[in-house]
Ligand binder design. Structure first.
Ligand SMILES: [Zn+2]
Ligand SMILES: [Zn+2]
Length: 159
């Protein structure tokens, strides 16, 4: 992995939720926390057996985007909804939680490798590639709070 020689490893307590690009982080190993960030990662590829000191890789699942130009979210935040989706009534596709319009699939080519130290005290997380998905930050929005915000911010209702 020669390209990693030029990448400085930052010591962190937690991974940044919006981890992106060519970065490397080193952190104390904690089974519940140390590989978590806000990206919709798939399932880890390798062994889950105990005492596994080695590498694990995972790919980003990508996400969804609402492209409805009349979406409440877009009107409020001047940005497409990339965070709030739910299954439609038939459970066959994902729809925007704000306007109910079927979502557009967004693919990511980003991947993440975790390399555990001997003894699993520390883990180094290598991240590579760019995300098109939206990282989940701490704030979760929902339809009701959006509507309230919209109502209090605007006197002209959506058409
Ligand atoms: Zn929408
Ligand atoms: Zn992604």
């Amino acid at each position: 992995m020669s390209m990693w020689h030029s990448v400085e490893k930052s010591f962190v307590e937690r991974l940044p939720p919006d981890i992106d690009g060519l970065v490397a982080y080193r952190l104390a190993f904690n089974p519940k926390q140390s590989s978590k960030d806000g990206r919709p990662w798939g399932t880890w590829g390798t062994s889950k057996r105990k005492g596994f000191g080695g590498k694990r890789a995972v790919h980003c699942n990508g996400g969804y985007k609402c492209e409805n130009i009349k979406c409440l979210f877009l009107m409020l935040y001047n940005n497409n909804n990339r965070l709030q989706f739910e299954a439609d009534e038939d459970r066959t596709k994902s729809v925007c939680s704000c306007c109910g319009v079927p979502a557009t699939r967004v693919d990511c080519n980003a991947k993440k490798n975790c390399e555990f130290d001997e003894g699993e005290e520390y883990v180094t997380v290598y991240h590579l590639g760019d995300h098109n998905c939206e990282a989940k930050k701490t704030v979760e929005l929902n339809k009701e709070s959006l509507k309230q915000k919209f109502d209090s911010n605007s006197k002209t209702p959506p058409k």
